[in-house]
Design a binder for this molecule. Structure first.
Ligand code: DP6
Length: 335
């Protein structure tokens, strides 16, 4: 008898939110309080190979060449169990995952990681899911992963159903709509963050007095952002993205106890961006759950901004990104 090989490999790009997801209305199903909008990035990605194997007696997971243990292993194992929910016999799997950027440093490694795991895992199980169903499943691994299933410019609609079946990503525009839109990712520190985005957003929902103010303005930010993307209005996109990021950070800085992802280098870059704007160079910053600053700019200004940012000696590395494509399968397995 020929044994069917239950193995597949997927590559998913990371995404950076232009209007952020921050706060869950249901932590088990990962359902957000607000919709969000992101850009999938071409140069930050995760490749993952999953092989279900009946001879295994446990999950064997390697992430960036290190054997996963504890909570990290549990998150991957739980996700693989979820993908197998519809099948009568649970099978363990071997997983190897590699990202071309540091994980847990505010560069959305869980987004590309769980998007790649979902696509590779379902394919290895012989399932061919729709983009919508892949996005719903990826969301259960990490909320932002729902958006990395799609390329270009993406909205994650918060939905309203208790089971979350209407909470998934939709493409606003393909990457080819605005290929010259640029994001300069500046690396300030590659140390793993002390407060995960998961713990951070939970604490914020619980006790930031600003959280309701965040929710008051978010749907309007989403609508304005979608319009800016459709019209390729760079200034509008930059203004909304920057203010939205500052608003999100204000909510976490006002929790008890407060937490601040910004490092000295982050602040230096934010100020440099404001200075560049005063000099007539249109650029805007956004930041996530980590110290890295991502600068939104137009293709023509990349070199000027890059050389100014390089002068700040707290910057360790710079990665230039443009809109990237959707999660996809490859035959080039990692093992
Ligand atoms: C600041 O998707 O990492 O990057 O759903 O708990 O896994 P979990 O959180 P995660 O949070 C991302 C938060 C953010 C904003 C965003 O990507 O929208």
């Amino acid at each position: 008898m020929v044994m069917m090989l239950m193995k597949a490999t997927a590559i998913a790009n990371s995404n950076i939110a232009l209007v952020k997801y921050w706060g869950k209305r249901n932590s088990d199903l990962i359902l957000p309080y607000n919709s969000s909008v992101s850009m999938t990035l071409n140069n930050l990605n995760t490749k993952t190979t999953v092989e279900f194997n009946k001879t295994l007696s446990e999950y064997e997971v390697t992430i960036n060449r290190k054997v996963a243990k504890g909570e990290e292993l549990a998150r991957v194992a739980n996700h693989l169990e979820l993908l197998q929910n519809s099948s009568p016999h649970k099978i363990f799997a071997k997983v190897r995952s590699e990202s071309n950027f540091p994980k847990k440093a505010g560069l959305a490694s869980s987004a590309s990681g769980f998007a790649a795991l979902t696509l590779a895992g379902t394919k290895a199980l012989g399932q061919d899911l729709t983009v919508k169903n892949l996005s719903i499943l990826a969301r259960r691994g990490s909320g932002s992963a729902s958006r990395s299933i799609l390329g270009g410019f993406v909205e994650w609609t918060k939905g309203s159903l208790p089971d979350g079946l209407d909470s998934h990503a939709l493409q606003i525009k393909k990457e080819a709509h605005w290929p010259e839109l640029s994001m300069i990712v500046t690396i300030i520190s590659t140390e793993e963050k002390k407060v995960s985005s998961r713990a951070g957003m939970s604490q914020t929902v619980k006790n930031s007095p600003f959280y309701s103010a965040w929710l008051d303005t978010i749907e309007s930010d989403v609508e304005k952002m979608k319009q800016a993307i459709s019209e390729k209005d760079f200034i509008q996109l930059g203004k909304i993205a920057e203010l939205n990021a500052i608003k999100m950070h204000a909510t976490m800085q006002t929790t008890t106890p407060p937490f601040i992802y910004w490092e000295a280098g982050s602040l230096s870059i934010m100020k440099e961006v404001l200075k560049l704007r005063e000099e007539g160079i249109e650029c805007y910053f956004t930041m996530d759950a980590g110290p890295q600053v991502k600068i939104l700019c137009q293709q023509k200004d990349i070199e000027t901004i890059k050389s100014r940012v390089t002068e700040i000696n707290l910057v360790k590395d710079i990665i230039i990104c443009h809109p990237g494509k959707e999660a996809r399968l490859t035959e080039d397995h990692l093992f």
